[in-house]
Every structure is written in C-alpha cells, then in structure tokens.
Design a protein around this ligand. Structure first.
Ligand code: FE2
Length: 300
C-alpha cells in the first residue's frame, strides 16, 4: 500500500503570497524572537491565522519558499543541509528581529529541484554550509505560515536577475525555475505548498516611529503604490494571472514592487498561471509597504 502511495505523482496543493516584514513576527512576540513588542500589524497577523488554518487542513509534506533576502549573485541556490539552527537578524531592523531558528530541510527534494533547474539550463547549486545563517525573509514567512516548524522546507535563493538583466529576460528565468520546481515536486510523490515571500508596493518610510508598533503611524507610503496593490489584488481575485504577467514590468516599475526579486513569477509559473480566483486573506501596510496575504488552492 505504501509503495503504491509513493509511486503516485506529487502535486502542489496550494500557493501563497506570504510577505516577510519582520514586524509581523515582532508584533506576535513568539519565544524565538528577542525583541518584545506591544503588538501591532494585527490585520496582517490575523490574515496569517487563516493561512495557518489552511496549512493545518492541507497537511503538506513540504513547504517551499523563495525569499528576496537570500541574495545569490551567481545562480539559484537551494538550502542543502538537513538541519539548520542559528540566529537570524534583520540587518535593517535588528531592533525588531533577532530570531533563533531551528528548521529541517527536505534535502532530497532540494536536490531534485536543483537538478531540474540545471537541466532547464539555469545556473543552480546546493547550499551545503552547515553554519549558514538563514535570511530573515525565509524565516519570517515560514514562521507566519507554520510557527510549529514541524514541516520540512525547501529554501530557494533570489538570484535577483531582474536587477541585473532586462526585466523580461529575468522573469523568463524565474518562470523556468518555477516549471523546474513543479517537475521536481511531481516526480517526488510529495504534496507541497509554495510560498512567494514578497511584499507588493515597496516604497517605505525612512524614519521609524518611536514606538514601531504604533499603528496610528501606519499607512501606504504613496497613493500610486496603493493603487497598484489594489489593481493587482483584484486581478488575482479574478484569476487574471496571465493578464497580470503581461503588465508585470509596469507593475514593478511604478510601485517598486518586491515581486521584482522573482518570488511571485516563480510561484505563478510553477502553478501554471492559475485562472481560478485567488483568496485574499488580508492586506495591510508595514512602514508604508503594501502587503497582501493570498492563497491559490489547487483543485483536490
Ligand atoms: Fe523584503
């Protein structure tokens, strides 16, 4: 029976836009994070409660996360060490995020993803340093999605090719990476959840309030970015992903969207540009940046 189960094709159960402002972890006060807050960013944290319920319901074998803050200049890297522990510190907000992490990596699937990416012509490699300090983007997204840390993960770096190549060229790379990821999951027999760890509009305030969690100071940094957030969320809610990818360069340019780092195109390509409606779990700003928590639930 077990052999029969394992021979089944793996699948992507769902994909989430799961942004990583460390403020969300800071606002929650989990035991792993050193700084202590009075709360804050509740609307986004309540949105993540719905994601946590979805993950509980889906019971995936593995969580795959693409993070804009694990930056690798040469190619696409995958965490390749089975057990990683350490302290992850946000270099911009060390006052908010100093998090003691302890996570398990699905190295077999990471190796398979890497091999598929190489076969697709992408420069790719495994990260084998046992003392590697995992970036705050990966950690924040995973904490907000599954604070129990009891599901193995695959961590994928941001090659950030969009910052070095032309945007259309680099998006094409991220799409190839997405297809390679999907192929690796299918062959693995595993049930996977994808996490695109990025904000949308990404202009932010230059000065932090005296009390960072003072929500009377929180609002969109600019109107144009907010309008783009609403526009793309509506398109996602209507299943218009292919149409959205047509205007991806304009979206990135005009709202300075963090999707430029590649997480969103990676996930959409892996899910074959869903034409069904995404569910919006919540939207809010963090030091002025626009953050949506969204779910695409694949058909059972
Ligand atoms: Fe970020």
């Amino acid at each position: 029976m077990e052999a029969q189960f394992m021979s089944q094709e793996g699948k992507i159960l769902a994909g989430f836009v799961a942004p990583h402002p460390p403020h969300l972890v800071y606002g929650e006060n989990p035991p792993q994070n050193e700084p202590v807050s009075e709360g804050g960013w509740e609307v986004l944290r309540w949105a993540y409660e719905k994601v946590r319920a979805s993950i509980e319901e889906l019971k995936p074998d593995v969580l795959l996360v693409h993070s804009p803050h694990w930056i690798t200049k040469v190619g696409h890297h995958f965490l390749g060490v089975r057990h990683l522990t350490g302290k992850s510190v946000d270099p911009v907000f060390p006052n908010l995020f100093r998090y003691n992490f302890d996570l398990q990596v699905d190295v077999v699937l990471a190796e398979a993803c890497c091999a598929e990416a190489q076969a697709a012509g992408l420069v790719s490699q495994l990260m084998r340093n046992p003392n590697f300090r995992v970036d705050y983007g990966t950690i924040t997204t995973l904490h907000m999605v599954r604070p129990q840390w009891d599901i193995p993960i695959v961590g994928i770096s941001a090659n950030n090719s969009p910052y070095m190549l032309r945007l259309d060229e680099s998006v094409e790379q991220m799409e190839r990476l997405g297809i390679a990821t999907r192929d690796a999951i299918r062959k693995s027999g595993k049930r996977a959840v994808l996490l695109a760890s990025n904000s949308f509009s990404h202009h932010h305030f230059r000065v932090e309030p005296d009390i960072p969690e003072d929500m009377s100071k929180e609002h969109p940094q600019n109107y144009r970015g907010y309008k783009w957030d609403v526009k793309v969320i509506e398109m996602m809610r209507q299943g218009k992903i292919r149409e959205l990818m047509e205007i991806f360069p304009q979206w990135v340019e005009e709202s300075y969207s963090e999707t430029k780092a590649g997480s969103f195109p990676w996930m959409m390509a892996a899910m074959d540009y869903p034409s069904y409606a995404a569910q919006l779990h919540g939207y809010g700003t963090v030091i002025g940046t626009g953050n949506a928590v969204m779910e695409w639930r694949a058909a059972a």
